[in-house]
Write a protein that binds this ligand. Structure first.
Ligand code: GDP
Length: 461
């Protein structure tokens, strides 16, 4: 199968959902049950068609992942740290855990683009925890051979033509990059662009997921903890993850969402599976497992009962959530809990969350790196924002066909035009602006495709 085939295939799958979103905003619940059954059946048939080539898809993505992991490993473990080119990054950006991890990922991207070993003093990580060596207790070290930030000369990021002649480069946080480097998110490496665009509906998210996969390789303690947790709590597939982010986020960076809003999409996921079983003449109902990750213990105590009564089984640990009280975040346990939630969410088959939270974006990024025969790039529903990487330069869509505005809220464009995307309205439309005319407004999602930019990354040469 060619890239065109794969892109069209994924587009058909997505457009089935676009019709659904469009109609569920306009039609009564009763008429929607017809649409839903039709949709489940169409998805089933598409999955049958897609299964034909899944082995090949799986192999190509797995090989690509191994290639990227090997190159990062080689970059991070130079044979002579004394002469290695280095990029130094300070993990202590003053923000939450997810934001700090994304900051380190941003440094990793630069280290890979410039072929410099990333040096980061993770021992000096002033996390919300008072305890020393938090990073080392959670994750494996980012290098086995090279942690010394010194070198015979050093410089800061600038437009100095001689940048490359310095052994040590100090790298700033993404918000203060000047000049803007060509490899800043959402740009992907040219060397892996072809197979990646063919295999993933979200090439950048897959790529940053690979960076995180390396950075966040669990320590042996953490691995053991996760394995025990999964065994003791019967964490098994299929399972849907929901991330309910409340406490300090509400009213500042995000809106409040009821449990029903999350569960609507969980139910939809399982209805689809029930139909699949029926078509395959399997009469046993799928157990409806939900992994619940939240910073709000009240969700466990008060909100999930009606769904438990309907037969949903919730996994997770209320004790974990209880200690995640925002006012007790200085505890290492709290940090440990977030990481456990994050890693387990990333192992779910589908995630429902709010992408305004860095934790959920991290989980979704990591999810893409799993060696699965399913395309996981659409295995989520965000109740608020679309995906973004904080500080990203541009998120563009390319028009497949032209469009003339149907009212003054819509914008017009020609095929080939580049449009920005600010929001998915979940009714078949995006909000965004036209790159050239600068007009801002609504446009149909089915008329555009992802605009992927790539530049060469030296680490892959
Ligand atoms: P964001 O604020 O959600 O974008 O992400 P940050 O990493 O900046 O802050 C997240 C903080 O909220 C974490 O350090 C936790 O204290 C808490 N938190 C968020 N989600 C979860 C979760 O799923 N489980 C637990 N235990 N805590 C969470």
């Amino acid at each position: 199968p060619s890239t065109e085939f794969e892109l069209s295939f994924r587009r058909v799958r997505q457009n089935i959902d676009e019709i659904w979103h469009h109609l569920r905003n306009r039609m009564s619940k009763k008429s929607m049950s017809f649409v839903n059954e039709l949709r489940y059946n169409m998805i089933y048939d598409l999955d049958v068609l897609s299964d034909r080539d899944n082995r090949w898809r799986y192999e190509e993505l797995k090989n690509l992942s191994n290639f990227v992991q090997n190159r990062i490993h080689r970059l991070q473990n130079p044979s002579d740290c004394g002469t290695a080119k280095k990029l130094v990054c300070d993990l202590n950006k003053s923000c939450g855990f997810g934001c700090q991890v994304h900051h380190l990922a941003h440094c990793f991207v630069a280290a890979m683009a410039l072929n410099r070993t990333l040096i980061c003093d993770t021992d000096d990580w002033r996390t919300p925890s008072d305890q020393p060596n938090s990073w080392g207790r959670l994750f494996q070290p980012i290098s086995q051979t090279c942690g010394d930030p010194s070198g015979h000369n050093r410089t800061d990021w600038s437009d100095d033509k001689l940048l490359n002649s310095y052994q040590v480069l100090y790298y700033p946080i993404i918000d203060y990059m000047q000049p803007i480097p060509p490899f800043l998110p959402l740009v992907i490496p040219t060397q892996i662009a072809d197979p990646l665009v063919r295999q993933s509906g979200e090439p950048f998210i897959w790529f940053i997921g690979q960076v995180l996969k390396y950075m966040m390789r669990p320590s042996s303690d953490m691995s053991q903890y996760i394995d025990n947790f999964k065994r003791d709590n019967q964490f098994k597939h299929p399972i849907v993850g929901i991330h309910v982010r409340r406490t300090d986020k509400i009213g500042t960076e995000a809106k409040f969402h009821t449990i029903h809003e999350y569960m609507f999409f969980v139910e939809d996921f399982y209805n689809k599976l029930d139909l699949k079983n029926e078509r395959n003449s399997v009469h046993k109902k799928v157990e409806r497992l939900v992994y619940l990750a939240t910073d709000e213990p009240e969700v466990w105590r008060k909100e999930i009962t009606p769904y438990q009564e309907k037969g949903y089984v919730f996994k997770g640990d209320i004790k974990l959530s209880e200690s995640a009280d925002p006012y007790q975040r200085r505890e290492f346990e709290s940090l440990h809990n977030v990481v456990v939630d994050l890693l387990l969410l990333s192992q779910c088959d589908y995630i429902v969350c709010t992408f305004s939270s860095q934790i959920c974006r991290l989980a979704f990024e990591l999810m893409q790196t799993r060696h699965s025969t399913q395309d996981l790039s659409q295995a989520f529903y965000s109740l608020d924002d679309i995906y973004y990487f904080g500080g990203q330069v541009f998120h563009g869509k390319k028009a497949l066909v032209s469009h003339s505005a149907q009212n003054d809220r819509e914008i017009s464009f020609k095929s080939g035009d580049i449009l920005g995307i600010a929001r998915n309205e979940h009714n078949g439309y995006n909000t965004g602006d036209h790159n050239r005319t600068k007009h801002k407004g609504l446009y149909p999602r089915f008329k555009v495709t992802e605009f992927v930019e790539s530049v060469p990354f030296d680490v892959f040469d």
